[in-house]
Design a protein around this ligand. Structure first.
Ligand SMILES: [Zn+2]
Length: 195
């Protein structure tokens, strides 16, 4: 049997170790404390539902933010995102059923397998969302020009809790401002004090 309990245990240990390494790397890179959420992110299954705070303060309304949202609507991003989610849900149900019926796995094992299989797919979904964010950014950039975009990126960086790119791929649907500004202006805009 390929999906053995031994393999399942080994993968869960690997998940824990890798998440711990990611968490330590993140603390060092950002010099920010992770708090209770960083502990919860280490616990398999619990980490599927731990929220990730994204902003240190409310993002102020600006022309750029409005145009960015207009860009999302223009490209029908929310519809595409929902189609992607429904497709993933259907695949998950199919995989779960296959494990239960054809693999003969007990339900608890099938659920644990689903948790593991979902990890890379979630990261891919995040990258897909990032692509939409970049697209909406480009729309706003075209409408408003470089000066306003640059000012907006600085304002956004002020509001953002800084995360490294790798960490954000694992946990966030939004790319860090540093990545967004790099795409638009070829310059990584960060708030002073964080690397
Ligand atoms: Zn957006």
């Amino acid at each position: 049997m390929i999906l053995s309990v031994e393999l399942l245990v080994a993968l869960f240990v690997a998940e824990f170790v890798l998440r711990l390494a990611l968490e330590i790397r993140e603390r060092r890179a950002t010099m920010l404390r992770g708090g209770i959420f960083s502990v919860l992110r280490l616990i398999p299954l619990v980490n599927d539902i731990v929220p990730l705070p994204e902003s240190r303060k409310e993002i102020p309304e600006s022309e750029f933010v409005c145009k960015h949202e207009e860009g999302h609507r223009h490209h029908r991003h929310s519809v595409l995102r929902n189609i992607y989610k429904v497709a993933m849900l259907l695949v998950s149900v199919w995989v779960l059923a296959a494990m239960l019926v054809r693999g003969g796995l007990p339900l608890w094992q099938a659920i644990l397998w689903m948790h593991l299989v979902a990890i890379p797919f979630r990261a891919l979904f995040h990258l897909y969302c990032w692509n939409q964010e970049y697209e909406a950014d480009r729309y706003a950039f075209k409408e408003l020009g470089k000066t306003k975009t640059k000012a907006a990126m600085h304002a956004l960086a002020e509001c953002e809790i800084p995360y490294t790119k790798l960490f954000a791929v694992m946990y966030r649907e939004h790319p860090p401002v540093a990545s967004r500004s790099k795409k638009l202006l070829n310059k990584e805009i960060r708030i002073s004090g964080s690397r």
